[in-house]
Design a protein around this ligand. Structure first.
Ligand SMILES: C[S@@+](CC[C@H](N)C(=O)[O-])C[C@H]1O[C@@H](n2cnc3c(N)ncnc32)[C@H](O)[C@@H]1O
Length: 205
């Protein structure tokens, strides 16, 4: 890892937040709605790159469950997003470290593949980002509730939503509003609480 990126990585307190499944669910119909002949291509030949993810990531698990081919990479596996790029991939999906969101967007626009990134809605602001959005376009999938991330800081005080390249949402309107499923939220929260108590019991032994 270059010294520069090491510094970037150490910058933010919101960089180690892991995404729950319910926050990935709204992407399903947008991926299926891409301008692709799925019968001809086959989902298992459509490659989604998750560049901030290990095999433990819910993005990797859920996208595989939906039938796609997933390539994951993470800095801990020696694959720095700013230096590594898979040979073939069709779409980029992830929740990147928030502290380097501008640099991440910049690189994604340069790579030129469709993407959907989970970012705080405040990422709409900012002079450098404004310039990029204006030049390359941006679509938003706005989630109706705040995502309660796993590990790190358990909850947060901001709304996160999907920032997508212009060609990801295949609709006339470039802002879509999506509801998170309350049943999925509850199920995942209960499961996490259960795991939390199990971990505590282990620590106290
Ligand atoms: C916000 S977390 C999200 C993890 C996962 N995408 C998820 O949603 O559960 C971002 C992850 O990217 C990793 N990371 C930081 N800088 C990176 C880089 N330059 N290249 C690849 N991964 C990086 C962090 O260590 C962190 O685990």
């Amino acid at each position: 890892m270059s010294k520069n990126n090491l510094l970037l990585r150490k910058r933010g307190g919101f960089d180690e937040l892991y995404t729950p499944r319910y926050a990935i669910e709204p992407l399903k119909k947008y991926i299926e709605g891409l301008n692709i002949d799925w019968e001809y291509l086959g989902k298992d030949r459509f490659i989604i790159w998750c560049p901030f993810d290990t095999e433990e990531s819910n993005y990797v698990k859920v996208l595989k469950e939906w039938g796609y081919k997933v390539i994951h990479s993470h800095i801990d596996d020696g694959k720095d997003f700013f230096e590594y790029e898979p040979e073939y991939y069709d779409l980029v999906i992830s929740n990147p470290p928030f502290s380097i969101k501008t640099e991440v967007l910049k690189r994604l626009y340069k790579l030129g593949k469709p993407f959907a990134l989970l970012l705080p809605l405040t990422a709409l602001e900012g002079i450098a980002r404004n310039k990029m959005y204006k030049e390359h376009g941006i679509s938003l999938i706005v989630l109706n509730k705040r995502v309660s991330f796993m590990k790190g800081k358990g909850s947060n005080y901001f709304n996160s939503s999907y920032f997508c390249s212009g060609n990801f949402i295949d609709y006339e309107v470039q802002i879509a509003f999506e509801e998170l499923d309350d049943n999925l939220i509850k199920a995942e929260k209960d499961q996490l609480t259960h795991q939390h108590y199990k971990d505590l019991r282990k620590e106290n032994k």
